[in-house]
Design a protein around this ligand. Structure first.
Ligand code: NBG
Length: 826
């Protein structure tokens, strides 16, 4: 159907934007939520305000999509199993520039905007860095006006809620949709059939070519939900499309016909299960059947949608890769590769070579980790059952690839085995990263060191074969959310000084440098930090009933719990400080509030025990009268984007202490520096580039380098040597193993310590001394507040490189070859 006028309903000037926001707010309350002044709740106010703001976006949203169609733009499709969006209201208010107006409307109704914002449930459809990166990139893509589309799954349950009971992590479901979601639009008309199982039939077409058909499949439906992604002060509103799984009617019908009502309802649930829950693993993969179903469900729906859109302007596939660039966010969506081959060959009659050229020109892959347990491998058996045709295609790709290698390179069997997409063995596996490397036009790492490790180690032989495919694009974060919205005190001060161009041109922060010797400015800078600290203290005192000293150094490590991130090393430092106080209760030391937050994968025992240890140490330290307010340890539960927005502006010290060579990039490190925290960190991931930018005198670097970590391991590294040599370390370890912090549960840390003393895989003992010495240096500097503040200013002024605007421009230029589009509203 098409409308006579324009595809936009409001074509004259009397459009929705001429209604006052106040009226709209009142209308939504009355006519949509059916509330009056006697029955209205704060939740209603949140909903009504969100819907009013969404209304303001609608026109730009429609226009943007229309413009992309009209101009037949080259579109970028960012495929990700995770989008860690956080809250949307505050971001929309800032990007659309409605914050002040809404503040007033709510004020006039005796409501506080900040209080109302607190009612929004985080859209937490991701685990950690990878999912948040996707969200930052969507913000930048919209702000810069790139024709880009996010595609993912509308999980009914996002990342679990973390509770702490007796110091242990307990997982609870995240019912984020329970009260509805004002930001999404159901697109019932965009429903696609997704096939699973069945078998492959082969036949010859009229020209005698061998052809294949996937038949007798079990089908599920994918229904689209759209979420608007507004750019900052532009007309562009891009689209994030998330799929929900639904049963097909035929599927139910069969069972009903057999009179089997209960089985019919059961199979309905099975279909719906596909989009039920986000897998709570970060950098660990599990070869679970349902996870593969999720992956295929989502890429199949997405490809059908991409092809439908492409066909609006094109009759055949000749221009497909000129108009479509698909970025695969890690290996999770890599099954899209054989799916596109299948669609082109089996459903559109293209030959292998033609389909292959299109496929390889379309796909690009980002690798996000070198942790071996994160490299996805799918059992051939599972694939054979679930996606029989795809397995055939993968075998054929592998066969052609290995023949090519044998013909062109002198590769011995061990090299061929390493390169092969199929990992031989009793349980044969498909290596998704190898499949991606063979079939994509670009493979990128997310920080310089990470890319180097990919090229020189993990994918060494691939890099020899395809040196041009490997690229680096260092990660970035959006300044809109992570400075402008999250830190009004600091961002206000910055804008007063240098204007607000930095919001879209982060390198403008450089201009701050010339004020670094102005005392008033430094005073204001400290004051801004102090105000953020006060806000966080209020939050903590309310939730945890614990008093915090605002003059203490806020020393913060917030991120997923993983052994390589070494939260354990941080707690060793805390215990060391505690021991120093116990040895000399009158010690003159810089008071610290050490803050931890983060979730551990529910099945990751070691990581969960680190959370328990932190809570055990906190219970002892915080209640010891010798300690007073010299030291406090806090574990803030249920880490989220929203909690990060509260903690980061209030932080003095940012802990980025992973074992060198393990953190692909890190993005928290960038957020802290952007908010004026100084970093203590290893030469790992993007820390190295942050050091390069801010200057080595403005960051605290310690520990082994990546190659030293490797060497140490080759030299039969023995942690006991360090234990015996360093008295402070010995004392820490002895206290943990002698149950000093857990007298009521003796023995619970025995495995942890025993493990460390035998194989300290992440080199905590080897890095301990250098970490402690560097922490002492940090404390000494903190005493000289003026010097500290100058370094804080210099960190902020030199952090411009780490904007996600820079990162997406690099993707657009180096990989997607797509152009910015200006959307105009008449
Ligand atoms: C994470 C890395 C981080 C990196 C983000 C974003 C995964 C699989 N990887 O170091 O651990 O910053 O990805 O690239 O979540």
């Amino acid at each position: 159907m098409s409308l006579k006028n324009d595809s936009v309903f409001f074509t004259d000037k009397e459009d929705i934007s001429s209604f006052s926001l106040t009226n709209q707010f009142a209308e939504h309350l009355e006519f949509i939520l059916v509330k009056d002044k006697f029955t209205v709740t704060k939740e209603d106010a949140y909903f009504s305000l969100s819907m009013s703001i969404r209304d303001r976006m609608v026109r730009r949203w429609l226009r943007t999509q229309q413009k992309y169609k009209e101009e037949d733009t080259k579109n970028v499709y960012y495929l990700s199993l995770e989008f860690l969006m956080g809250r949307l209201l505050g971001n929309a208010l800032i990007n659309l520039d409605f914050y002040d107006e809404c503040y007033k409307i709510l004020n006039d109704n005796d409501l506080g905007l900040e209080e109302i914002r607190e009612l929004e449930h985080d859209m937490a459809l991701g685990n950690g860095g990878l999912g948040r990166l996707a969200a930052c990139y969507l913000d930048s893509l919209a702000t810069l006006g790139y024709p880009a589309f996010g595609y993912g799954i509308r999980y009914e349950f996002g990342i679990f809620n973390q509770n702490i009971q007796n110091g242990y992590q307990v997982e609870k479901p995240d019912h984020w949709l329970a009260y509805g979601n004002p930001w999404e639009i159901l697109r019932r008309e965009l429903t696609y059939t997704i096939k699973f199982n069945g078998r492959v039939e082969s036949f010859q077409d009229e020209k005698g070519n061998n052809k294949f058909k996937w038949v007798d499949s079990k089908d599920v439906l994918a229904v689209a939900y759209d979420v608007p992604v507004p750019g900052y002060k532009t007309n562009t509103v891009n689209n994030l499309r998330l799929w929900e799984a639904k049963p097909t009617e035929e599927f139910d019908f069969e069972e009903f016909n057999m009179g089997n009502y209960v089985a019919a309802v059961q199979s309905k649930n099975e279909s719906e299960n596909i989009s039920k829950v986000l897998y709570p693993n970060d950098t660990i993969t599990e070869g679970k059947f349902l996870r593969l179903k999720q992956q295929f469900f989502f890429v199949s729906a997405t490809l059908q949608d991409i092809i439908r859109k492409y066909h609006i302007n094109h009759k055949n596939f000749n221009k497909f890769s000129e108009k479509v660039a698909i970025q695969l966010n890690d290996t999770h969506p890599v099954i899209a590769i054989p799916e596109l081959m299948r669609i082109l060959m089996d459903e559109n009659n293209l030959g292998w070579d033609e389909a292959w050229d299109i496929t390889i020109d379309t796909f690009a892959y980002t690798n996000h980790t070198v942790v071996p347990e994160a490299l996805e491998e799918w059992s051939v058996k599972i694939l054979e059952e679930l996606l029989p045709r795809h397995l055939q295609i993968i075998y054929e790709i592998n066969h052609r690839f290995l023949s090519f290698v044998k013909e062109n390179y002198s590769a011995d069997d061990s090299v061929l085995r390493e390169l092969s997409i199929i990992k031989e063995g009793t349980d044969k596996k498909v290596r998704m990263a190898n499949l991606a490397i063979v079939c994509c036009n670009s493979i990128n790492g997310v920080a310089e060191l990470h890319t180097k490790i990919l090229k020189d180690k993990i994918f060494y032989h691939f890099n020899k074969i395809y040196p041009k495919k490997f690229k680096n694009i260092t990660n970035g974060i959006t300044p809109r959310r992570w400075l402008k919205t999250a830190n009004p005190f600091l961002s206000g001060l910055i804008s007063d000084k240098v204007g607000d161009k930095w919001v879209t041109e982060l390198s403008e922060l450089k201009k701050l440098e010339k004020f670094v010797n102005e005392n008033d400015f430094l005073e204001n800078w400290r004051n801004a930090k102090w105000l953020s600290k006060k806000l966080l203290i209020e939050h903590i005192e309310k939730e945890y009933k614990i008093k915090i000293n605002p003059d203490s150094m806020f020393d913060v490590q917030i991120k997923r719990f993983h052994e390589y991130k070494r939260q354990l090393l941080n707690i060793f430092h805390v215990i060391t400080l505690y021991n120093r106080i116990k040895d000399n209760p009158k010690i003159d030391m810089v008071p610290r509030t050490v803050i931890f937050a983060g979730k551990a994968a529910p099945a990751y025992y070691q990581a969960k025990m680190v959370i328990k240890l932190i809570n055990s140490v906190a219970a002892v330290v915080n209640n010891d009268s010798d300690v007073g307010d010299k030291l406090k340890v806090l574990f803030l539960k249920n880490y989220s984007v929203t909690l990060a927005e509260k903690i980061i502006p209030a932080s003095d010290l940012s802990e980025q202490i992973s074992t060198a060579g393990f953190e692909a990039s890190g993005t928290g490190n960038m957020k802290f520096a952007l908010n004026g925290a100084l970093t203590i960190g290893t030469m790992d991931g993007a820390n190295i580039e942050i050091r390069e930018e801010v200057g080595k005198e403005n960051i605290f670097i310690f520990g082994l380098l990546a190659e030293e970590v490797e060497e140490l391991k080759l030299k039969d590294y023995d942690p006991r040597v360090y234990y015996n040599k360093i008295p402070e370390l010995k004392k820490v370890i002895d206290m943990i193993s002698e149950n000093y912090f857990n007298p009521d549960e003796p023995g619970i840390f025995y495995d942890m310590i025993n493990g460390l003393m035998t194989v300290d895989y992440y080199c905590l003992f080897a890095d301990y001394e250098s970490y402690i010495k560097t922490q002492d240096k940090v404390s000494r500097l903190y005493k000289k507040q003026e010097e500290w503040t100058k370094k804080s200013v210099l960190n902020v002024s030199r952090i411009g490189k780490f904007s996600s605007d820079r990162a997406v421009k690099e993707y657009a230029d180096k990989i997607w070859k797509t152009k910015q589009v200006l959307v105009e509203i008449d």
